[in-house]
Design a protein around this ligand. Sequence first.
Ligand SMILES: Nc1ncnc2c1ncn2[C@@H]1O[C@H](COP(=O)(O)OP(=O)(O)OP(=O)(O)O)[C@@H](O)[C@H]1O
Length: 310
Amino acid sequence: MDFITASRIREEGRWYFLTITTSTQALQLKDVSVYMTGQADDMADSEAEHVQLLSSITLEIEPGQWIQLVGPNGSGKSTLGMLLAGHADRIAQGNAAAEGMMNRGFAGNVPLPIVTQDPEASIVGQTPWEDLILLLEQQGMEPDAVFNAAEASLKRCRLWELRDRKVDTISGGQKQLLAAAGCLACGVPLLLFDEADTMLDASSRAAVHAAARELWQSGMTVLWISHRLDGLKHTDRIIGMDNGRIVYDGSVEAFYLPGPDEAVSPCAQLGYEPPYSVQTALELAGLGFQLTPLPLSPDMLEEAVKRLGG
Ligand SMILES: Nc1ncnc2c1ncn2[C@@H]1O[C@H](COP(=O)(O)OP(=O)(O)OP(=O)(O)O)[C@@H](O)[C@H]1O
């Protein structure tokens, strides 16, 4: 493979090779690669020029989609998320360079906030209400519009009843929702969750999934980044990453089934175990009982088995 050298990137300008436009509606990446520039962790140029964080990524996101980005630790999910959110300059603490073409489309030119597994980093107020007011004032929103925008976002994220609670007394899931409410209040066109549910217990995780789902149903575009497969029941598109590359981009059903010329499914290739309901359906299919649609959750499995019996 032909690598850019770190010294050449420094000579010619760090982002020289990444062309960014907004000429279409879709958010597009065309043949985008990201490299370490050799400044991180005292890495020598000769080592860095062979470290590629993303390799030839081509991808198109239409507004209104719900996309789940999955892959093992270190596969490049957060790097891709940062690129899509417009934070190319923050990748690897600013020690990376990119080449290729990015069309920001509906995502616009302003870098977008990301809901991460550490929402506290972005919370500035002592209560949810104060947090949103401060955030919107910081964004320069007209004072007349601030209260309405804060109220609408807190309601959409199911936090209205908790608006005056001290932030340190609300749950981890509610803090995630507060971070999402902040993104909404700022009018983001794309809501990015990066491992936002990783530190949460099952009920908080379900609450965050349900709220995110409602936002998507109301027209928001959602990119949900996770190394877990939880929540795939609601996904209409999965992007699977491994070693800096996109190795799968398709439906959730096809993710669990081997392709015509493949011995194993994309799910297995990425080292994941399918959920119990899918494993059961695959075993039943082996015995000649086809469950359609493929049950992606225990309740879908129950329904499918009932239909089989009926
Ligand atoms: N500051 C850095 N210095 C050196 N390498 C880095 C740095 N930041 C990221 N990387 C490398 O970039 C690659 C992609 O990392 P990235 O965080 O995008 O992966 P990920 O799939 O999001 O992982 P995880 O699921 O663990 O969050 C990894 O190999 C990682 O080690």
